[in-house]
Design a binder for this molecule. Structure first.
Ligand SMILES: Nc1nc2c([nH]c(=O)n2[C@H]2C[C@H](O)[C@@H](COP(=O)(O)OP(=O)(O)OP(=O)(O)O)O2)c(=O)[nH]1
Length: 134
């Protein structure tokens, strides 16, 4: 089984939003770029706007595709698609999928507690930042 999943790399003043998956969820306890599964008939952008509204109670604008990552978790395979997103700062309210969130500069993100499927997305982001500062 392959799940098609979208993730938001939500940027605000050089920092990226990370959310920690609820302990009872699959991959519970890992930090991730929030998002979720694409429903039938949805575009990746629609799925991302819906998931972020459901999970964090905020509205975002999906900007650019960043990268994808295909990862095997044993019981399933996740095809994770990362998009750079913007927002107008709004209060975040976690609705149950996550138990914490934090804003970090990309180089501060702890690779050991990040969901393994997200590592290629983090690397693409770090590469983009390095190129931008050349
Ligand atoms: N939303 C999101 N999910 C991720 C990321 N990295 C990663 O491995 N995943 C995995 C966790 C889940 O197995 C799946 C996304 O499903 P979901 O967020 O809708 O969560 P879920 O609990 O309903 O998923 P599941 O138990 O049915 O697999 O992708 C990420 O950065 N964002």
């Amino acid at each position: 089984m392959t799940l098609e999943v979208v993730a938001a790399l939500l940027c605000d003043q050089g920092r990226i939003l990370l959310a920690r998956r609820h302990p009872n969820a699959s991959q519970g306890g890992y930090w991730e770029f929030p998002g979720g599964k694409i429903d039938p008939g949805e575009s990746p952008q629609q799925a991302l706007e819906r998931e972020i509204a459901e999970e964090l109670s905020v509205s975002i604008q999906v900007r650019h595709y960043l990268a994808s990552s295909l990862h095997h978790y044993g019981d399933k395979q996740v095809n994770l698609h990362g998009y750079l997103c913007h927002w107008q700062p709004q209060p975040i309210q976690l609705t149950g999928s996550h138990d914490q969130y934090q804003w970090l500069r990309p180089e501060q993100i702890d690779r050991t507690t990040l969901a393994p499927a997200d590592l290629p997305l983090l690397d693409a982001l770090l590469q983009k930042h390095r190129n931008a500062s050349l």
